[in-house]
Design a binder for this molecule. Structure first.
Ligand SMILES: [Mg+2]
Ligand SMILES: [Zn+2]
Length: 416
């Protein structure tokens, strides 16, 4: 099978910094967006790129003629009339023999492991895929969250997203030729195909801590340029193993007591959101790893636990902060108690201090554990850090003591 990339050059850009300039021609850190897309694709399995351009198409053609493509063939297709992203994809699909399409919205600045995404998508067997990440503006984003039961929850921003953790589409999609035929009557990939594919259980959501930022408004373009200038883009978007900040949940993000089994009882400790926001600004992936034996003990359901995570995300989001991913162990080894879930009362390789969650996170997010740090409040976290080669920062564990300072110390440990 051969996958190609289709770059959608996008609409009129009435909200963009300079509406007379094609979005792909916008310069960020000395390079146009088009140049950056092709740099990302060079060296991957993608050797063919089709650019669908309508508005300012001549500029896009000229742009693609101006630099070396590193062995990637690039063709620009002119679209006479804009009828939505699905119509643009159908037009491109008519122009190639390929049967898998990596869909790039032209105005997203991005850097992520392209080949890993494509192989994970193939392994999922789904016709449609999207890359998702936490949004910096969750209330103004369509939610797309891979839920505990294997379904992907997709909710438009116009609808209530209560109880859904902070994950949204990045604007990077993939679809097979068959999938494109199935959803040919949809108008837009993000707004129409994703919800339809989710309902049909035909959608793969790939959680990424790599770099994706929409540059469609003057403000967002400036934010992307500032990430390139500050090094946050390079740190988050790095394609070789990256360093990360691992956080335990209970005793670090929230108090240990009382134990939380309902989202209405969840409270972040003071200063924690601000500390995490520093890691976010630095482009440092933030990964939560938490033992939640309350699920095995029957004290909460998977669904209830997901709602608690959503509340954690909501409180972080209100302070402009987010965690990139969240791993939990639902198991507990000692069986024989009333109300427990027998299937989860097992020894496992994910309950800390076992390294299962950290190793899974390292694989999924391309992390260099020897350069990473774990912040936790118990011996389990400390032992986990030691066995996986991470530095360890001890959070005091008592309510309202030093959690934020411990997180900041963790950030300084790996960035200095
Ligand atoms: Mg703890
Ligand atoms: Zn486990």
């Amino acid at each position: 099978m051969a996958a190609i990339a289709i770059v959608l050059a996008g609409g009129r850009g009435t909200r963009s910094a300079d509406p007379s300039q094609a979005k792909l021609a916008q310069v960020i850190g000395g390079k146009t967006l088009m140049h950056r897309h092709l740099d990302l694709l060079a060296g991957t399995q993608i050797t063919e790129v089709l650019v669908v351009a309508g508005h300012l198409g001549d500029q896009v053609q000229e742009l693609c003629d101006t630099f070396d493509h590193g062995g990637v063939s690039v063709r620009v297709i002119q679209e006479d009339e804009q009828r939505g992203t699905v119509a643009a994809l159908l037009l491109a699909a008519d122009d190639t023999e390929a049967d898998e399409f990596l869909v790039i919205l032209g105005d997203i600045l991005m850097s992520f492991p392209v080949d890993t995404f494509i192989s994970d998508w193939r392994a999922s067997g789904k016709e449609v895929a999207c890359i998702v990440h936490p949004s910096t503006h969750p209330e103004d984003s369509d939610a797309a969250f891979p839920s505990y039961d294997g379904r992907v929850i997709v909710v438009a921003k116009s609808e209530a997203r209560d109880g859904i953790p902070n994950m949204s589409s990045t604007g990077l999609f993939a679809i097979t030729r068959e999938g494109l035929a199935r959803y040919a009557t949809c108008r837009d990939v993000g707004s129409d195909v994703l919800p339809a594919a989710a309902v049909a259980n035909d959608l793969f959501a790939y959680v990424s801590s790599h770099y994706f930022k929409d540059t469609g408004t003057q403000q967002r373009l400036a934010a992307a340029a500032s990430d390139v200038a500050s090094g946050a883009f390079a740190r988050r978007g790095r394609l070789t193993p990256r360093l990360a900040l691992f956080l335990d949940r209970d005793g670090v993000l929230n108090a240990v007591q009382p134990e939380v089994y309902a989202s209405r009882d969840y409270r972040l400790l003071p200063g924690v959101a601000a500390a995490i926001s520093r890691a976010n600004s630095a482009g440092l992936p933030v990964i939560v790893v938490t033992n939640q034996p309350g699920i095995a003990k029957g004290l909460m359901t998977y669904q209830g636990h997901e709602e608690i995570r959503a509340e954690l995300d909501r409180q972080l989001g209100a302070a402009g902060a987010f965690v990139d991913d969240y791993f939990y162990c639902p198991h507990h080894p000692d069986a024989g108690f009333e109300g427990e879930v027998p299937d989860l009362k097992i020894p496992c390789d994910c309950r800390k201090p076992a390294p299962g969650m950290v190793l899974a996170a390292a694989r999924k997010h391309h992390l260099d554990l020897a350069a990473s740090v774990m912040v936790g409040d118990t011996w389990r976290d400390q032992e986990l850090a030691a066995s996986t080669g991470m530095a360890f920062v001890h959070a005091a564990g008592a309510p309202e003591i030093e959690s934020d300072a411990a997180i900041v110390r963790g950030i300084e440990t790996i960035t200095c």
